[in-house]
Design a protein around this ligand. Structure first.
Ligand SMILES: Cc1cc2nc3c(=O)[nH]c(=O)nc-3n(C[C@H](O)[C@H](O)[C@H](O)COP(=O)(O)O)c2cc1C
Length: 241
């Protein structure tokens, strides 16, 4: 097999790629000029995460609400992790909400092991947030409210795709969309598919990471009492980078 790492077809030196964080934050990112400390969390983890998503959005980052969601699949060989990106579509002191297909790989993994870890990362800002905790389905009425806000094309796509199942070709996938589009022609309000909806991750831990010089980054971990959203009930610990 050809050794891709030593391939001469590209000059890209992956090992040499590095960024020094916390050096020249610039006028657009004044938050990076001071060290992340406990005072940033005085109103709780949720306002700070919301602030960082807002900041990333105003810095021009696309899908600043994207997070990499890790789940666990139980197999005969033991627990196997799997990860993929989803969009955070709800944020409250109770947790982080995302929407997906309940029959997808992740949906089935969460049905048997309802725990997840989700990581937001904005490398250009030198920031990362990880939330970890139990996951549960949101109520049908919560899903319905979000579903109605989605463009019709996205609604049709949710009906047309059996997410995570193999399909023979692109043509077959396009055909499924055509069939669904015809089926709902003239239907003003497309209903929520039975296999589609929201999950809420209710964090036990939230870690805020801010990149600093010489890899001496700031890491603050918020430990939450399950079910208690009071700011006074949270514990904040500094972790070594
Ligand atoms: C930026 C971005 C945002 C995404 N948002 C979602 C989402 O909100 N919900 C979703 O089900 N899949 C989303 N996806 C697709 C997932 O990453 C994934 O391919 C899909 O959910 C199937 O995952 P699974 O087979 O592990 O269940 C997104 C992908 C990207 C790159």
């Amino acid at each position: 097999m050809r050794d891709q790492e030593n391939s001469a077809t590209s000059d890209l030196d992956i090992a040499a790629m590095r960024v020094e964080y916390g050096v020249d934050a610039g006028d657009n990112h004044p938050g990076l000029e001071t060290d992340l400390d406990e005072t940033w969390l005085s109103d709780g983890w949720e306002p700070l995460l919301r602030n960082w998503i807002e900041h990333a959005t105003s810095a021009g980052i696309t899908d600043a609400n994207a997070m990499v969601l890790a789940t666990v699949e139980m197999t005969d060989e033991g627990p196997h992790p799997a990860s993929r990106t989803v969009l955070c579509k709800g944020l409250s002191p109770e947790g982080v909400t995302f929407y997906t297909n309940y029959d997808s790989f992740k949906g089935r993994a969460l049905a048997t092991t309802p725990w997840a870890s989700a990581t937001f990362v904005w490398p250009v800002l030198g920031r990362q947030v990880t939330v970890r905790g139990p996951v549960r389905r949101v109520g049908a009425e919560v899903t319905a409210v979000y579903w109605r806000s989605r463009p019709r094309g996205s609604q049709l796509g949710a009906w047309a795709s059996l997410q995570s199942r193999p399909i023979a070709s692109r043509e077959d996938l396009d055909l499924q969309l055509t069939e669904v589009t015809e089926r709902f022609e003239g239907v003003a309000e497309i209903p929520v598919p039975p296999h589609w909806g929201g999950f809420q991750l209710r964090p036990h831990y939230v870690e805020f990471w801010q990149g600093r010089r010489s890899r001496m980054h700031n890491r603050l971990r918020v430990v939450l009492e399950p079910g208690n959203t009071e700011v006074t009930a949270m514990k904040v610990e500094r972790l070594q980078p």
